[in-house]
Design a protein around this ligand. Structure first.
Ligand code: PMP
Length: 438
């Protein structure tokens, strides 16, 4: 496959943009290096690059593009919003509409506030929790990624881990010491940490279903135990649902049918992003009325945003949720994903390539190992070189994955049976090539 234009553009980009990319996760550093592919456009489930190669896209822009690229309903909503002014700096009725849609789908949110990214949403939930509890520390789980704000960049999963950066430079020790990291899916670590520091823990923050060291479900009882332990120690529970909300069903983890006892896994605050903006920049956070009333102008916790709630992002988000609320949408993505994962697993087995697939409805992760992946250590203990080789083989066969062994594959409403069959064929021939390379 000729990608000479991508190579030229990458060389040029390196001169002007640090690392040639505007998010480190787009770099191919962890998958053998080389030029990331410069895409000209996306349409439905496909990418077209500057050399006019076509790819089936499983990146979905790291999650938001669940309805495929340039979905006509979303494009129309954005065009209409743009023609009425992209940024008014005043409240609009649109914001009420999206807030109501989120509240209906996520019952623990009485009040919502829109921001511009998942990072901002998470960052603010921490401030609100600290303001509410008048405590300082946060407990997080190893390998959970919560955006790039100072406090949560410790042991932070996919992004930094892909590049071998355990903790970011530039974060003062005085800040890092306010976060305690414990293993995911293990209540004993959390219990120990709460026994030691519980009096000063403002919140326990978690990706309730993990999307940042592969897709990993909470073990039965983990979220119930987490909520109980946190609340027994007077700490709030923050769910970071930036990836997970509206990904598996029309709602969040706390209403996901795969998890029981919804009343016992209710967070105090939820951070959102990605899908709820339909492909434009957005974040949101929400929670109980009592906790959210800490936020200015009602309360003492300050958070603001020039671009927050802009009509373009909000309109795209409404349109995206309208598409997702149609009957059968998630069932169809799951049907195709089951077909795809079964096909990939069978192909790997046929060629003797150890592979563990973690699937949650229409998303999954491929771990090159022969053990289960239920926590960060197990996700780290997988064959990064095998993933890199698989990634490059798939790319050359017109299938674009995220360039990290920790990232998930995301299906969209636009993938078809033919795409799935072509992807299984590409995987089969990639594994065949990998087996010969061994
Ligand atoms: N939280 C989670 C769980 C995420 O996956 C991400 C992004 N991958 C973020 C927060 C940060 O979101 P953003 O990139 O929009 O700042």
């Amino acid at each position: 496959m000729n990608r000479s234009k991508s190579e030229q553009y990458y060389a040029e980009a390196l001169e002007h943009i640090v690392g040639g990319v505007n998010s480190p996760s787009r770099s191919f550093k962890a998958v053998g290096g080389g030029a990331p592919v410069f895409m000209k456009r996306g349409q439905g489930a496909y990418f077209y690059d500057e050399d006019d190669n076509k790819y089936i896209d499983y990146l979905a822009a790291y999650g938001p593009i669940i309805t495929g690229h340039a979905h006509p309903h979303i494009t129309k909503a954005i065009t209409e919003a743009a023609s009425n002014g992209t940024l008014l700096g005043t409240p609009t009725v649109l914001e009420i509409k999206l807030a109501k849609m989120l509240k209906e789908a996520i019952p623990s949110m009485d009040k919502v506030r829109f921001v511009n990214s998942g990072t901002e949403a998470v960052m603010t939930t921490i401030r609100v929790a600290r303001a509410y509890t008048k405590r300082n520390k946060i407990i997080k789980f190893a390998g959970n990624y919560h955006g790039h704000s100072d406090l949560v960049l410790v042991a932070a999963g996919s992004g930094p881990s892909t590049l071998g950066i355990p903790d970011s430079a530039g974060i003062p020790a005085s800040i890092a010491q306010e976060v305690i990291t414990v293993p995911y899916n293990d209540l004993s670590g959390l219990e120990e940490a709460l026994q030691k520091w519980g009096h000063d823990v403002a919140a326990v923050m978690v990706e309730p279903i993990v999307g940042n060291f592969g897709m990993v479900m909470p073990k039965p009882g983990f979220l119930e135990g987490l909520c109980k332990l946190a609340h027994d120690h007077g700490a709030l529970v923050i769910y970071d649902e930036v990836i997970t909300a509206f990904r598996f069903h029309y709602g969040s983890t706390q209403t996901y049918a795969g998890l029981d006892n919804h009343d016992l896994i209710k967070p105090d605050l939820t951070a959102l992003g990605k899908i709820i903006g339909g492909g434009l920049p957005i974040g949101a956070y929400g929670g109980s009325k009592e906790v959210m009333e800490q936020v200015a102008p009602l309360g003492p916790a300050y958070q603001a945003g020039t671009m927050a709630g802009n009509p373009a992002s909000i309109s795209a988000g409404i349109a995206c949720l309208e598409v997702l609320s149609q009957p059968g949408v998630y069932e169809e993505m799951e049907r195709l994903t089951i077909k795809l994962t079964e096909g990939i697993q069978a192909a790997a087995d046929r060629h003797g390539i150890p592979l563990t697939i973690n699937r949650v409805r229409g998303s999954f992760s491929t771990h090159f190992c022969d053990h289960p992946v239920t926590d960060y250590e197990e996700a780290q203990d997988t064959d990064g070189e095998a993933f890199a080789s698989f990634f490059q083989h798939m790319l050359n066969r017109g299938v674009h994955l995220a360039p990290s062994k920790y990232e998930a594959w995301f299906l969209t409403t636009e993938h078809t049976d033919a795409d799935i069959e072509a992807t299984i064929e590409a995987a089969d021939s990639s594994f065949e090539a990998m087996a010969k390379e061994k």
